[in-house]
Each structure stands twice: as C-alpha cells, then as structure tokens.
Design a binder for this molecule. Structure first.
Ligand code: ATP
Ligand code: MG
Length: 158
C-alpha cells in the first residue's frame, strides 16, 4: 500500500521496482473506464476494478502494489484486511517527500492538482504518518526523497 500526496513519487517508485502487472493504480484504471487519469467521475468504477484486481491477486498469493494516494484510513483497513485474510505480508510505504518538491513536480504536470487540493493531501498525509504505524501493517517503510538525492535502491526497500 503506497501512501503519499500527489507528486510524492509513488508511481515512479513502484514502476522502478515492480512489474507492470504487479501495480494496480487508481489513476490508470480511471483512464481505462473513464476519459483519462484525471476523470474523477470515473473514480467509483475505477475503485471497483481496483478491488476486483486486488481480490484476484491476493487470492492467488500474488504481489500487488496498490498505487493510490493511500490517504483514506478505511481504504487502508479494507485492503490490509484482505491481504491479511489471504496470509500475505501487508506493507505500507510512506512517501515523506517534502511538500515543496511535491508542489514543484505537480506544477510541471499536464493537469496539475489544484494547490488547495494538494494542501489537503499534505494535511491528510501528516495524519496518515501518525496513524499508519498503529494500524497493524507487518512492515511500514518510509521513502524520503529530497531534491537531488536518489531514491533508495531496491535492496533497501523490499
Ligand atoms: P500522483 O499521486 O499524482 O499519481 P505520484 O506520487 O505517483 O503522484 P509520480 O507520478 O511518481 O508521483 O511523480 C511525480 C513527478 O515527479 C513525475 O514527473 C516524476 O517523474 C517525478 N519524480 C518522481 N520520483 C522522482 C525521483 N525520485 N526523482 C526525480 N523525479 C521524480
Ligand atoms: Mg501516481
């Protein structure tokens, strides 16, 4: 379960470490069932698919990296309990990327997340950082990306 505001580097981190089929992304699924990654009207359908994919993969004991903001505690609980029920290790990865860097990356995107929305995500992330260690994950990892500092190697982050 990836947890971090928009622009914190979740999708980039996942793509560098996992096969495409191992990563289930709510943004990518919005583009599948809607007009594009930012088609928020397609969110319900995208998340229905996300849950279906997670269910199918955990039933088979397969790795699944859930690439969403991860800021909703109920979603975290639901997915962790699914993994737990399947006997899989459940890992949360927190992206503690500085807010300024998230904003800088966000600004260069085709359709930037509005500044106010990013502020809400950053606030929700601060709550998640407090909550996640007590939620019952088998492991909690923190990825810290500062400008100019490379991300940890795969050997450091399982
Ligand atoms: P969202 O929640 O909006 O999907 P995200 O957390 O998945 O955001 P990414 O799409 O991975 O964020 O990264 C945002 C931008 O930052 C991209 O343009 C990406 O190329 C760049 N980026 C991500 N990680 C790094 C990194 N370690 N070093 C340099 N640039 C990075
Ligand atoms: Mg992403």
């Amino acid at each position: 379960m990836l947890v971090g505001p928009s622009g914190s580097g979740k999708s980039t981190w996942a793509a560098a470490r996992y096969r495409q089929q191992e990563v289930v992304s709510s943004d990518a699924l919005r583009a599948v069932v809607g007009s594009g990654e930012n088609d928020l009207d397609a969110s319900a359908d995208a998340f229905a698919l996300l849950h279906q994919i997670v269910t199918g993969r955990v039933r088979r004991g397969l790795t699944v990296v859930v690439d969403t903001l991860g800021l909703d505690p109920d979603l975290r609980d639901r997915l962790r309990e699914q993994g737990r029920a399947a006997g899989l290790p459940c890992v949360a990865v927190l992206f503690e990327t500085p807010e300024a860097l998230c904003r800088q990356r966000n600004a260069t995107r085709d359709r930037p997340v509005p500044a106010r929305v990013l502020g809400q995500q950053v606030a929700a992330f601060a709550r998640a950082v407090e909550a996640v260690p007590g939620e019952g994950w088998d492991e909690v990892h923190t990825v810290r990306e500062d400008a100019g500092v490379p991300a940890p190697s795969p050997a450091q982050v399982p």
